[in-house]
Design a protein around this ligand. Structure first.
Ligand code: FES
Length: 129
């Protein structure tokens, strides 16, 4: 049995203004993390549900980014007004919110740009084109 039914990681990474990839908590306020923690506590979901600040989750262009494990549900562009809905519908109700979901094919693409496949990487390592 896992320690948590839902472990919610909220990206709180900050970068300098104008950074090409942006960041999920530009003002460093941690408002999103604080809202998740408060909502989990308010609903009495602890200790089986936990919300933690995370460093960069590498989905910066699609942020603010939240991932819920062990389900592996990735949400992007998460706003404060989404927090109670995520807790209600995903954590309690087991429903994936399609409007926030980062599709599998967009994960690790730096916002939708398809990255070279591993075979291309190996070609680059060997100098082959
Ligand atoms: S800064 Fe949040 S995912 Fe990278």
């Amino acid at each position: 049995m896992s320690a948590f039914t839902h472990h919610i990681f909220i990206c709180g990474n900050q970068r300098s203004p104008g950074h090409a990839r942006g960041c999920c908590d530009a003002d460093g306020s941690e408002q999103l993390r604080t809202a998740f923690k408060a909502e989990v506590k308010r609903r009495g979901l602890t200790p089986l549900v936990r919300a933690n600040k995370a460093g960069c989750l590498d989905q910066c262009e699609l942020g603010p980014t939240v991932v819920i494990y062990p389900q592996g549900i990735w949400y992007g562009n998460v706003q404060l007004e989404d927090v109670s809905r995520i807790i209600d519908e995903t954590v309690v109700g087991g429903k994936v919110l399609e409007d926030l979901l980062i599709a599998d094919e967009l994960l690790n693409t730096k916002g939708g740009t398809i990255q070279p496949s591993s075979s291309d990487d190996s070609a680059a390592e060997t100098g082959a084109k």
